[in-house]
Design a protein around this ligand. Structure first.
Ligand SMILES: Cc1cc2nc3c(=O)[nH]c(=O)nc-3n(C[C@H](O)[C@H](O)[C@H](O)COP(=O)(O)O)c2cc1C
Length: 180
């Protein structure tokens, strides 16, 4: 697929078909992540790939935490909807930052890897959603995995069951200045 086609055609997908994603495709998506540039070539990204029962256990933890937070009167935003999407998508990739605390650039490396993965998935005909809502209830997830890394995002991955219209973008002239 042409790069421009991927950049323009990718959408956030919030509805997935039930069919499984072949593991070799998941591998290709992960490999695209590992090709991203990274601060000091530190490759700070780490991935936990969840399917089946492992995914259910994690979404159960997320849902339980969201409910507890909501009972306490905490602001949930789109947390429950993101949890529903994670439950529906056949694959969820939890993305971690294994970089050193206090090094702001390390999280940027991880974000670059995520974008590579979204584009590769799209080129394979798969849909994705970058989910930051996992921060709403991150404590339970971090405890569940027992990692010493920073939780960065979740990615829902699967066969798209929708074809959403592009969301509006600011034009280049709105976001860029040209200085000479
Ligand atoms: C850092 C980040 C966090 C995001 N978190 C969520 C989320 O938790 N739930 C959700 O539905 N979409 C989430 N999104 C997707 C955005 O809503 C989406 O990218 C944006 O609306 C533009 O739409 P598009 O991806 O279809 O171009 C996130 C995107 C980014 C980059």
């Amino acid at each position: 697929m042409e790069l421009d086609e991927a950049l323009r055609g990718r959408r956030s997908i919030r509805n997935y078909k039930g069919e499984a994603v072949p593991m070799d495709m998941v591998q290709q998506v992960l490999e695209a992540g590992t090709l991203a540039p990274s601060a000091h070539n530190g490759q700070q990204w780490r991935f936990s790939v969840l399917t089946g029962k492992a995914k259910k256990r994690v979404t159960d933890v997320f849902r339980t935490d969201l409910s507890a937070l909501s009972k306490k009167g905490g602001s949930i935003g789109s947390g429950f909807e993101s949890c529903r999407i994670m439950e529906q998508a056949p694959v969820v990739i939890i993305v971690w930052n294994a970089g050193r605390a206090g090094f702001e650039t390390h999280i940027h490396s991880v974000a670059a890897a995520i974008e590579n993965m979204l584009l590769k998935a799209y080129a394979l005909g798969l849909g994705t959603l970058w989910i930051g809502d996992v921060f709403d209830a991150s404590e339970g997830l971090i405890q569940y995995f027992g990692k010493h890394w920073e939780l960065t995002a979740a990615i829902a991955l699967g066969w798209p069951a929708e074809n959403p219209n592009p969301r509006p973008r600011k034009s280049v002239s709105e976001v860029a200045e040209f200085l000479d």
